[in-house]
Write a protein that binds this ligand. Structure first.
Ligand SMILES: C[S@@+](CC[C@H](N)C(=O)[O-])C[C@H]1O[C@@H](n2cnc3c(N)ncnc32)[C@H](O)[C@@H]1O
Ligand code: SF4
Ligand code: SF4
Length: 437
């Protein structure tokens, strides 16, 4: 339902400014609301002639589709949904696309009490049901620290997810992870050792699967995560099959981002439209995989399209904050740009950084209504200009559109059709933002 809906809004509803037809059905898009609907010819005629009120069902549908909705206030928008910490910079692998491996290793990493202090301060700005994402480097290089920080996060109402390469999982860690009910994401980049090991290093597939088995033996909630690339995209179906047979709880596939070493891998990029089409076919054919799809690229995009919220920002620095291993605070993982380093937790409070000039500047720079050509785009409130960190990494400019612009636009339009015809393929995600990592 749309808060703030009244008769004046109803009367002032504009006709849709984008219409496309497929097999006698019409996709209508109201970019400024934002909203969309798929209707038959008769309903389209009523909408076009501003006579929708003659049909009660259609009027209800327009309300539900969010054709009329209230904009969130600035304060409502600015709540952290995902807190990320890079708990260590150290790692035992050297994955070929890793966005962190070009980072300078921190000399002095934060201690456990310092990370906990950061979380305590940050919890003042988090939304209800916010997540803590523990990344690195490799969190299992420092398992005790990872567990202690997770435990405190739970007390503070943050749901922790740990992303690991899976090669260092021990029974002791698995047992403690289960006791804390942690969500452990294991990164495996293919369904075969050949494909995965070419990306993550020799022997890593076998070791990571041993890690998955240990975690599952202890009853831990396990998510498998694959960075989709040209070399592994054909293995998606097999990947789901392996995960399903191993009793894995969730599967994610996320786009390769042109950040860090990923910047050199343009030939490996799979465009968003291809990702949507591939996942659509897979989930249509395999009902049993749908319950494992909650935070993958397809499902998150579907959720954005369903929500019809006026998403004016990709989320960086608006719903996200990142604390690096050395205490430097940035808006997100893909924004390790010196210009957006808000300070260090050893020198500034979180409140000073979150409300300070660095984050405020970023929020105004990345408002989609101010970006060109995005401000005129039909799908801007569903796309939000893509990952701004990646756009900057590729172009060196803050105001450039997503490097996947054309394909993203097509992917969103395709998603509207999919949702109209097969809404059962997109389960509602617990995430508010399009978190990709
Ligand atoms: C940087 S790792 C840190 C945690 C842990 N070492 C791991 O591999 O899961 C976090 C996640 O980012 C993913 N990742 C690394 N480089 C990426 C890139 N260029 N684009 C998209 N995802 C990337 C990894 O595959 C992993 O799922
Ligand atoms: S993706 Fe994870 S495991 Fe691979 S090099 Fe980066 S931090 Fe290490
Ligand atoms: S990046 Fe492209 S698709 Fe996305 S809002 Fe901008 S112009 Fe539209």
């Amino acid at each position: 339902m749309n808060p703030g809906l009244d008769a004046a809004d109803m009367a002032s509803m504009d006709p849709p400014s984008y219409v496309s037809e497929r097999g006698g059905k019409f996709l209508l898009i109201w970019p400024d609301r934002p909203s969309w609907m798929v209707v038959d010819r008769e309903a389209y005629g009523l909408i076009e002639g501003k006579r929708w009120m003659e049909n009660e069902e259609l009027t209800k549908g327009l309300i539900q589709a969010g054709v009329l909705m209230r904009e969130p206030t600035k304060e409502e928008e600015k709540r952290i949904g995902t807190v990320t910490i890079n708990i260590t910079d150290r790692c035992n692998l050297k994955c070929i696309m890793c966005y962190t491996t070009v980072r300078k290793k921190s000399r002095k990493e934060l201690t456990t009490p310092e990370f906990i202090d950061f979380l305590e301060q940050t919890s003042e700005f988090t939304s209800d049901r916010a997540f803590l994402l523990i990344l690195g480097g490799e969190p299992l290089m420092v398992p005790e620290k990872t567990l202690k920080v997770s435990e405190r996060a739970l007390d503070l109402g943050l749901k922790p997810t740990i992303s690991t390469n899976g090669t260092l999982v021990t029974d002791e860690f698995a047992e403690k992870a289960k006791a804390l009910d942690l969500d452990v994401q294991v990164s495996i980049d293919g369904a075969t050792s050949n494909t995965n090991d070419a990306i993550r290093g020799k022997g890593s597939f076998e070791k990571a699967w041993q890690g998955v088995k240990k975690l599952k033996d202890h009853g831990v909630h396990v998510t498998l995560c694959m960075v989709m690339q040209r070399s592994n995209e054909d293995e998606l179906e097999k990947y789901y099959e392996l995960a399903h047979n191993a009793g894995v709880n969730e599967v994610r596939f996320i786009p390769l981002q042109r950040v860090g070493k990923g910047r050199e891998m343009v030939n490996e990029i799979v465009d968003p439209l291809s990702m949507v089409k591939r996942a659509y076919k897979l989930l249509l054919e395999h009902e049993e995989y749908r319950k494992m799809s909650k935070r993958d690229f397809f499902t998150l995009l579907g959720n954005r399209c369903l929500a019809c919220a006026k998403m004016r920002y990709c989320g960086t620095g608006m719903f996200t904050i990142l604390c690096n291993a050395n205490g430097d605070v940035y808006p997100c993982t893909n924004h390790g740009i010196p210009e957006f380093m808000a300070g260090n937790v050893r020198e500034k409070t979180v409140s000073e950084m979150w409300n300070g000039s660095v984050f405020e500047r970023l929020r105004s720079l990345y408002d989609i209504d101010r970006l060109n050509p995005c401000s005129k785009c039909t799908v801007r409130y569903w796309c939000s200009g893509g990952c701004r960190g990646e756009a900057y990494s590729v172009s060196g400019r803050f105001n450039s559109p997503s490097p996947d612009c054309g394909s993203t636009r097509k992917a969103i339009i395709e998603m509207f059709w999919i949702l109209a015809e097969h809404p059962e393929l997109v389960s509602l995600s617990p995430l508010k933002t399009l978190d990709l990592i």
